[in-house]
Design a protein around this ligand. Structure first.
Ligand code: ASP
Length: 435
């Protein structure tokens, strides 16, 4: 079993989950029996996800310190930071424009009849309540507040709350800031003791990667469980009712994944897109099955180092920050969904509001947590600010998990593409780099 590469085993796990989930759906088994089966199946997927999440905070902490510590001076780090920021904003704009163009051309929201709309909203009333509660407990924060919260008052508090959607602090971004500060200080203080500290962190980093490797052995089973639960409990009638919307989202994501990223890789990263997609297949499968950029971060870091052969200091920085702040799939999805829901409710957005949607979607891509369903509370806040009822989200909740799986793949591929491009720029602009 060990000799079969892990991505094949994950693929088999996915197939098993999909096939058995479909059989259970088609066999007409009652929802109560399916729920009883899932009591036993679900924990396998949950344990897998928790094992990966268990390592995410320590990984972010060590990866950024190790990565930053490899810079010879602060000038190089600043240059990479600025390049990453400009790149992220530009590529996010492209993703949102693709999404908004597709939704305006195909108008998936205008054909949904009033009664299906109401049925969908009432069917997901419970889930909707949790999301709108999270959103309404979230006081509107100014840009200044958000920026301030990135500097943690107590980093441990931010670590503890990193995956808590209702947390008002900087969360995972604050953890990154803390690690970056330590990394930056390490560049400037070079003594025997700081070397010992750096070695200890590097040792811990290796241990983390080993644990993640062990957790990934569970991936085929975890993935089979996650997909079985998803397929066996998805209401396929909902999927059919929203078919046009689902297709528009998936087509736009595919266009960005295979169009935009391929062009960026070829022309800015000097990398063959086909080779890139082959070398990152395990990462895509992990993103697809976990629906979480943060949970996929360890696999992405490993692939960047072992397969794409990118310099650690660039890839650790770009991938770690990108797992939260560079989410093109999410930005594209938010843009489409806002306009789709406005179409459903026959709300005509003015030009200014449409421009606002573009800007907000880009910011949402930067500010959404890389966890399953991370977009939804953000979406609820945006809808309200545009005068669309937050309950509108109820319409898409039933199909969100499937779309989440797809947009997470695009989010993670976007981080890896950014890492390839920025590494290439770095190798071009510096000659004395070591990996
Ligand atoms: N699940 C996504 C991710 O982790 C975030 C979202 O769009 O909900 O990348």
């Amino acid at each position: 079993m060990k000799t079969i590469p892990v991505h094949y085993r994950i693929l088999v796990g996915m197939l098993i989950g999909v096939i058995f989930g479909t059989i259970v759906q088609l066999a007409g088994i009652s929802p109560e029996t399916i729920a009883a089966i899932n009591v036993w199946v679900k924990p396998v997927g949950d344990i897998f996800l928790r094992l990966i999440f268990m390592m995410v905070i320590p990984l972010i902490f060590c990866a950024l310190i190790v990565g930053t510590g490899e810079f010879s001076d602060l000038k190089n780090l600043r240059r990479i930071g600025i390049r990453t920021l400009i790149y992220t904003v530009c590529v996010s704009i492209i993703s949102v424009i693709i999404g908004i163009t597709m939704v305006s051309v195909f108008k998936p929201g205008s054909g949904i009849p009033e009664e299906s709309r109401q049925k969908l909203v009432s069917q997901y009333a419970d889930k909707l309540k949790t999301i709108t509660e999270t959103a309404s407990n979230t006081p509107q924060r100014s840009v200044a507040d958000v920026l301030i919260s990135i500097v943690p008052r107590n980093p441990l508090e931010d670590m503890v709350n990193a995956f808590n959607p209702a947390y008002r602090g900087g969360g995972i971004m604050a953890v990154m800031f803390f690690a970056l500060m330590i990394g930056i200080a390490l560049i400037s203080v070079k003594s025997e003791k700081t070397e010992a500290f750096r070695n200890a962190i590097e040792g811990f980093y290796e241990v983390i990667m080993k644990i993640i490797g062990m957790a990934m052995e569970l991936a085929p089973f975890g993935v089979a469980s996650l997909l079985f639960v998803l397929i066996s409990t998805t209401g396929w009638d909902v999927m059919m009712a929203l078919g046009k919307y689902v297709l528009v989202v998936i087509a736009a994501l595919a266009l960005h994944q295979f169009g935009t990223y391929s062009l960026l890789l070829k022309f800015l990263g000097n990398k063959s897109p086909i080779e890139f997609f082959k070398q990152t297949d395990e990462v895509m499968l992990t993103a697809f099955s976990t629906s979480s950029s943060n949970a996929t971060l360890p696999t992405a870091i490993k692939a960047a180092h072992d397969k794409l052969k990118l310099p650690k200091r660039v890839s650790n920085f770009v991938l770690t920050v990108g797992s939260t702040a560079n989410q093109n799939g999410t930005a594209l999805f938010e843009g489409i969904t806002i306009l789709f829901l406005a179409q459903c409710f026959h709300i005509d957005l003015s030009l200014t509001q449409q421009i606002m949607v573009v800007v907000i979607s880009i910011l949402a891509g930067i500010g959404t947590a890389g966890v399953p369903g991370g977009s939804l509370p953000v979406l609820a806040i945006i809808l309200v600010s545009l005068g669309i009822p937050a309950e509108a989200i109820g319409i898409i909740i039933g199909v969100d998990r499937v779309l989440d799986m797809c947009r997470t793949v695009i989010n993670v591929s976007g981080d890896l593409t950014a890492a390839v491009v920025i590494s290439h720029w770095e190798t071009k602009s510096t000659t004395t780099l070591t990996t």
